[in-house]
Design a protein around this ligand. Structure first.
Ligand SMILES: NC(=O)c1ccc[n+]([C@@H]2O[C@H](COP(=O)([O-])OP(=O)(O)OC[C@H]3O[C@@H](n4cnc5c(N)ncnc54)[C@H](O)[C@@H]3O)[C@@H](O)[C@H]2O)c1
Ligand SMILES: [Zn+2]
Length: 334
């Protein structure tokens, strides 16, 4: 295992061994009160009587700047020291906020991620990006710090709403298309409704995590190869902002349009669009071809360089590529 590649483990049971091996002076479990109730079974399973506890607000409110201060104050009250271990149990918001607090407390204490949403298991808990929102801007303040382990458990996903599954599927389907077609083959046997209870789910999540972590290790500063993770995001972000869709759903909408544009430009093989449409139909995810997006949002994309954009595309099923293309040319074909 490379130094910067954390252990990704499936099954809550492995948390115990991770904690034991870390030999922490104390362990602090952080989650939201809502989740502590919703996932009480998990808390019962992992909570050792000696563990300390702290709470953050549920959802995006956990990522308010003032909450970081409160959480740090709680760490002080609980007497966490340099050898303490923080365990973040929850979705991407808990992971981002708790990971950030752990990263700056005493110049950084160790933390572990226990992601409980599909978004968090397939994306946000991986890669070591932590952070909070600031002055109304998302993820404006944060840092990169790798957790000592990421412990996913498929059982968490059973209590998610169907739209939260779709939200997580955005990045999963994306990874399948540009890097690992086996993910697509596994998904093709499922629907959004069947997935949370499927025996295939753990493998789907694990394969997606591998795709992302491979790129993170290759490109830790997020300057090159990691850009491939932005497949579908060029248009997806613009749709997300304009239409207020969930990130994952917007990525799927973006992928549909970018794949079609890539095909028109001769950059994406024609069978990609067919496979994408068939997969969504099988999963019973309906996209809305009429959704509009603002071109000016695409122009502001961080991948834009002058009048060009470094555009990550699906070249063929399982293969992604970064292509440099004139913005005007892309616009004409979208
Ligand atoms: N760090 C990164 O690289 C990265 C990547 C992508 C997204 N993100 C961030 O992730 C956040 C979104 O994460 P999210 O989609 O997990 O949202 P979230 O953390 O807000 O969770 C959504 C809701 O689901 C509930 N929930 C969580 N787990 C549950 C479970 N097992 N059963 C029932 N309910 C459950 C939560 O209580 C919450 O109300 C955003 O803030 C985004 O910026 C970060
Ligand atoms: Zn994304």
């Amino acid at each position: 295992v490379k130094k910067d590649s954390p252990r990704v483990l499936d099954g809550l049971a492995s948390l115990r061994a991770v904690v034991e091996a870390a030999k922490p002076s104390s362990v602090c479990l952080v989650t939201s009160r809502r989740l502590a109730k919703e996932l009480g079974w998990a808390v019962d399973e992992i909570l050792n009587s000696g563990w300390l506890r702290a709470f953050v607000p549920d959802g995006e409110a956990a990522k308010e700047w003032a909450e970081t201060e409160k959480l740090l104050a709680r760490f002080v009250t609980l007497g966490l020291d340099r050898r303490s271990l923080v365990v973040a149990l929850g979705g991407g918001t808990v992971g981002d906020a708790v990971g950030f607090a752990a990263s700056i407390y005493l110049r950084g204490v160790r933390y572990a991620q226990v992601p409980t949403t599909l978004v968090a298991q397939a994306d946000s808990a991986l890669g070591g990006k932590t952070g909070v929102n600031f002055l109304g801007a998302k993820n404006q303040v944060g840092c990169t710090r790798t957790p000592i382990a990421i412990i996913s458990d498929s059982r968490f996903l059973r209590s998610l709403a169907p739209e939260q599954i779709v939200d997580g599927l955005g990045e999963i389907i994306k990874c399948g298309f540009f890097a690992d077609p086996k993910i697509l083959a596994l998904l093709e046997k499922e629907t959004v409704a069947s997935l949370p209870n499927s025996s295939r789910l753990a493998e789907i999540v694990e394969r997606t995590a591998k795709v992302k972590l491979r790129l993170v290790v290759k490109d830790p500063m997020d300057l090159g190869a990691r850009q491939l993770l932005n497949v579908g995001h060029t248009v997806g972000h613009a749709i997300e902002i304009g239409q207020g869709l969930s990130h994952g759903r917007a990525v799927l909408e973006g992928m549909a349009r970018e794949i079609a544009a890539g095909a028109r430009l001769g950059l994406t093989r024609p069978e990609v669009a067919a496979r994408f449409a068939t997969l969504l139909k099988k999963l019973r995810i309906q996209l809305d071809a009429k959704l509009d997006f603002d071109w000016s949002a695409v122009r502001r994309d961080k991948k834009v360089e002058g009048d060009e954009i470094v555009w990550p595309i699906v070249a063929s099923v399982g293969k992604g590529r970064l292509v440099r293309i004139k913005l005007e040319k892309l616009k004409k074909n979208l």
